[in-house]
Design a protein. Structure first.
Length: 267
């Protein structure tokens, strides 16, 4: 049995299928970990969601910012964006089942020495606190009234992190960290809207992983989200978004030996 972590798919089903053939993925024996952003910008978001849901116990996927955007659109809390490719999902006969399945995915998955998130972990948080913050969001989003959180995400700006934030603000900061974080300041304040490579970051804004050191806990954080960062592997980090939806390869890492596999864009 092998476990493969795969970067942002974003509707690029054909590339994903070719990558799975390359690694000889066996759905009966192997497992997949996806870093989120299953949907949007690419051409086959609906097919990716149906495929992912069909894998059941063989798949672990955390939520990304594009996944949350789809959930918000389905619940009427977010307007469409210019480059959305989500209409097929929203018009599908099984749309409600797919959206319900998606909103119940975790923000963080921790297993053995690995932690799977979409974007990153806020530097002031311990791993235990990050897990607590994730569970709090998951309870709100996966519960009977997800619209309350979805409305807040669409209308309110997250504050800077403090230990004494109220529940509503904690949720906003947690979602920002898990799904949108790239760079931040030494006090943990997120540098918003910067999407470029690390060398072009505004003064005082550093990659979030440079402000953490999870090696002491013998933990490796697996993440995506930051296409302009590209593949970045080092002790404690596997950053595997290589911009497939922008024409780059789709990347997989076999966790047992951390061998990297890449498939050229095919969609």
């Amino acid at each position: 049995m092998a476990t493969y972590a795969i970067g942002d798919v974003q509707g690029c089903l054909r590339t994903l299928q070719r990558l799975l053939r390359q690694v000889r993925f066996d759905a009966a024996a192997d497992r997949l970990w996806l870093v989120g952003d299953l949907v949007n910008r690419g051409p086959r978001s609906l097919e990716v969601l149906r495929w992912a849901r069909s894998l059941r116990e063989g798949l672990t996927v955390v939520l990304g910012n594009h996944d949350l955007h789809l959930i918000g659109r389905a619940h009427g809390t977010r307007p469409p964006k210019r480059h959305d490719t989500l209409e097929a999902v929203l018009a599908a006969p099984d749309r409600d089942e797919l959206i319900d399945w998606l909103r119940r995915r975790p923000l963080l998955h921790r297993e053995g020495s690995f932690v799977l998130v979409h974007a990153g972990l806020l530097p002031p948080w311990t791993l235990e606190e990050a897990a607590t913050r994730a569970r709090e969001v998951e309870a709100a989003l996966g519960g009977p009234r997800p619209k309350r959180l979805l409305k807040a995400l669409a209308t309110r700006k997250p504050p800077a992190w403090r230990q004494d934030l109220d529940t509503a603000d904690r949720l906003l900061v947690a979602v920002q960290s898990f799904t949108r974080l790239r760079t931040c300041r030494t006090d943990g304040r997120v540098c918003e809207r910067f999407t470029g490579p690390p060398e072009d970051a505004p003064e005082g804004c550093l990659p979030w992983f440079q402000l953490r050191d999870d090696r002491a806990a013998r933990t490796t954080v697996i993440c995506g989200h930051w296409a302009t960062l590209g593949l970045r592997t080092r002790p404690g980090l596997l950053a595997i978004d290589t911009g497939c939806v922008w024409g780059g390869p789709l990347t997989a890492v076999r966790l047992e030996d951390q061998e990297v596999f890449q498939e050229p864009f095919a969609d």
